[in-house]
Design a protein around this ligand. Structure first.
Ligand code: B16
Ligand code: MG
Length: 215
């Protein structure tokens, strides 16, 4: 029986994944590297630095750590500019209601995002207080696909990993949930998320009734 549900943020609760893409694409363009939305799938869920490494590898570029830090900072500045315009109604339709129904049925709810900007996004969406626990990129050493982030969320909720269900839009996130020994709902395309236990096109499609039917 599922005792806790853990939500990823970018791409599961709100479309910040698109803003990450726009900021990385802008940086890639400056560096003369061609970078498509398809290639962006590899960046979802992984850390800022790892994302930059992947883009530099695509362009066969080798830079010093100092130069890389400056580029990562630049991308983050753009990303923060984009997300500062987020309004509370940008939360995906039906998501808030789903979280409320889960909580009413006494199942715990946590947020686990690799992003160091997760707190800002939660504030802008006015949803910080609907979670029993929060874990973000500032609290972990190893980013997804490492299971650390989800194991920490389970620990904070005081539940066993096997009693948790994770909602994830990233391949790296699905791998992290499975490595943590949790059940996983992939939100997005069955092609990219084929290792998840279930795949839906949008977060609320995996309803409370479906959560309760997991044995
Ligand atoms: P930041 P999630 C992840 O958030 C994003 O999917 C990923 O694209 C991003 O690189 C990562 O956060 C770090 O974000 O640069 O804001 O610290 O999907 O785990 O909620
Ligand atoms: Mg995500």
């Amino acid at each position: 029986m599922i005792q806790a549900v853990i939500f990823d943020l970018d791409g599961v609760l709100v479309d910040t994944a698109h803003y990450h893409f726009l900021a990385w694409q802008r940086l890639a363009k400056e560096l003369g590297i061609h970078f498509t939305e398809q290639e962006n799938e590899q960046l979802k869920g992984v850390s800022r630095m790892r994302s930059l490494e992947i883009i530099l590898e695509m362009g066969n570029l080798q830079l010093s750590l100092d130069e890389m830090n400056k580029l990562a900072e630049k991308k983050n500045k753009w990303f923060v500019q984009y997300i500062n315009k987020i309004k509370p109604d940008e939360i995906f339709p039906g998501v808030k209601e789903l979280i409320q129904r889960i909580r009413e049925s006494k199942i715990k709810v946590a947020l686990a995002s690799s992003s160091k900007n997760a707190n800002t996004v939660l504030d802008l969406l006015h949803i910080k207080n609907i979670f029993d626990a929060l874990v973000d990129g500032t609290m972990i050493t190893h980013t997804k696909p490492d299971p650390e982030i989800f194991l920490l969320a389970a620990k904070k909720l005081n539940v066993l990993p096997s009693q948790c269900l994770v909602y994830e839009d990233a391949e790296a996130g699905v791998d992290a949930a499975l490595a943590a020994g949790m059940k996983c709902v992939g939100v997005g395309s069955p092609n990219t998320l084929r290792s998840a236990h279930f795949v839906v096109a949008a977060t609320p499609e995996f309803t409370l009734e479906k959560i309760k039917s997991i044995v």
